[in-house]
Design a protein. Structure first.
Length: 199
């Protein structure tokens, strides 16, 4: 399992520019796969990670065997909440002494959260997405249930799991994720004894 810090999260640091946004993160993800020599993999993303997964599937569909979208974020009567969250993150970076002026922060925020749907990709892409998707539905302000429902309605190869957070549902959800990833592991990888992703 490879778990990465996104740029400027966790222990990762990178310059902050007005040109930052979803394509920059996708380029990071592809660069990491290239660096590690990973040609094809499964991806699992929680919260904003769901949009990262969709962006990677759009940019390099041949490299994503399957994607698990846990608690997908999206725009549904909540734009101000995303702006406030971003502003809080930007403020925390400034308190650390990072160079982030107001104009750069405003441009970066707009690039991330001024669009629609899941912010990173269009409905048109999801409608034609060849990647098998497993959606663990969201149910709150940042992870609206209607966004999970819409992904499930649009995508041609998708399964939606509504109940997965409750204590009694966790075990079954973990089992379903494992089954989904194994079922979508390319046969040649299984035959060659390649390691399977463990969740």
């Amino acid at each position: 399992v490879v778990a990465m810090d996104q740029r400027n999260a966790g222990r990762s640091r990178a310059p902050l520019t007005a040109g930052d946004g979803w394509p920059v993160y996708t380029a990071d993800h592809l660069a990491l796969l290239d660096h590690l020599g990973i040609e094809r993999c499964h991806v699992l993303g929680g919260c904003i990670g769901s949009s990262y997964c969709l962006g990677l599937a759009e940019a390099a569909p041949e490299r994503v065997a399957a994607a698990v979208l846990q608690n997908p974020i999206g725009h549904y009567e909540n734009r101000d909440a995303f702006y406030e969250m971003f502003d809080g993150w930007a403020g925390a970076l400034r308190e650390e002494g990072r160079d982030l002026d107001d104009a750069t922060a405003t441009a970066f925020r707009a690039a991330m959260y001024s669009t629609d749907f899941v912010f990173n990709v269009s409905r048109g892409f999801v409608r034609s997405c060849p990647t098998p998707l497993l959606v663990l539905a969201g149910d709150d302000l940042y992870h609206p249930a209607p966004i999970s429902d819409e992904i499930a309605e649009l995508a041609p190869n998708v399964e939606l799991v509504r109940k997965w957070k409750e204590a009694e549902a966790v075990g079954a959800a973990v089992t379903r994720v494992r089954q989904f990833l194994i079922a979508n592991t390319p046969h040649e990888a299984l035959r060659s004894g390649a390691q399977r992703t463990r969740v």
